[in-house]
Design a protein around this ligand. Structure first.
Ligand SMILES: [Zn+2]
Length: 276
């Protein structure tokens, strides 16, 4: 790993129709922006690392040489199969998809997913195709609910059902989790470990470094509000701005202990460090 660290980028969906009129509620990035991002990464010598390589690095400290990044997608939109995978394949890039499993193959998608244009949820057949093309498919829970608001029994069901559904449909192990809405607490981390997960991805900003914790891997969210300039800043520094970096580093120290994080969020729900 370079001294600076590895950017773990977090996308959701690709909007094939949207070239202008950015909407802050919309988690899609336009097709043109996504193409520009991948082209920039390729031109600047980035190679995509697999989730398994990142796992080896974080859990076993096995170094990877060169300039690397990991691209992740949350939820499970059809536009990944339609747009993202073919574009990324041109540059030899693969991705990790954190999938919410409950509504796959059912007529209605999860109500809190934000579908743009003709986007929809992926089918198992399309997910198997992504997997066959080198994508790693990991868990984003079953129903895409706020994990920090669940009782223990429901929490265990959420994280085991999604793991089982992916493992059964793809025949590959699921060991990593990404928190829906970036929300977690100590019980979520404890139960993930107890049910066989060995890594979890947050939406805390920053580059992956030697000091990153395995149950809260930092990720940098890329959305339709990003300009090419903000994209480059995020990839190279891990943060949107120096102010974001300062606040995030203070938060990382305070949130280092999950019990302390829970206590702070309980007494000050709007504690100013947020998830990002
Ligand atoms: Zn999500």
């Amino acid at each position: 790993m370079s001294k600076a660290g590895i950017p773990v980028l977090n996308y959701h969906a690709i909007d094939g129709n949207m070239a202008a009129n950015p909407d802050s509620r919309n988690v899609s990035v336009s097709l043109q922006s996504f193409k520009n991002h991948m082209e920039w990464l390729h031109k600047h010598g980035y190679k995509s690392i697999s989730e398994a390589d990142l796992r080896n690095l974080v859990l076993h400290r096995k170094p990877v040489s060169g300039k690397h990044m990991l691209i992740t997608f949350d939820d499970g939109y059809y536009s990944l199969y339609q747009h993202a995978q073919p574009i990324m394949a041109q540059y030899g890039f693969t991705a990790t998809l954190f999938l919410s499993t409950a509504y796959i193959g059912k007529p209605y998608g999860l109500s809190d997913f934000y579908f743009v244009g003709d986007d929809r949820q992926l089918s198992w057949e399309e997910i198997r195709s992504l997997s066959a093309n080198g994508w790693s498919i990991q868990s984003h829970g079953d129903n895409h609910v706020k994990m920090n608001g669940l009782d223990k029994q429901t929490l265990i069901k959420e994280i085991t059902d999604s793991k089982k559904a992916i493992e059964e449909n793809l025949g590959k192990p699921v060991d990593s989790f990404a928190f829906p809405y970036g929300l977690y607490n100590k019980m979520v981390l404890d139960q993930l470990k107890a049910t066989g997960y060995t890594m979890a991805y947050s939406v805390h900003s920053g580059l992956l470094s030697r000091s990153s914790q395995r149950m809260r891997i930092p990720r940098i969210e890329i959305n339709n509000m990003d300009t090419m300039e903000s994209f480059m800043t995020k990839v190279t520094t891990g943060y949107i701005s120096p102010e974001n970096e300062r606040r995030s580093k203070i938060r990382d120290i305070i949130y280092g202990n999950p019990a302390v994080k829970d206590l702070i969020e309980k007494v000050t729900p709007k504690f100013g460090f947020g998830n990002h």
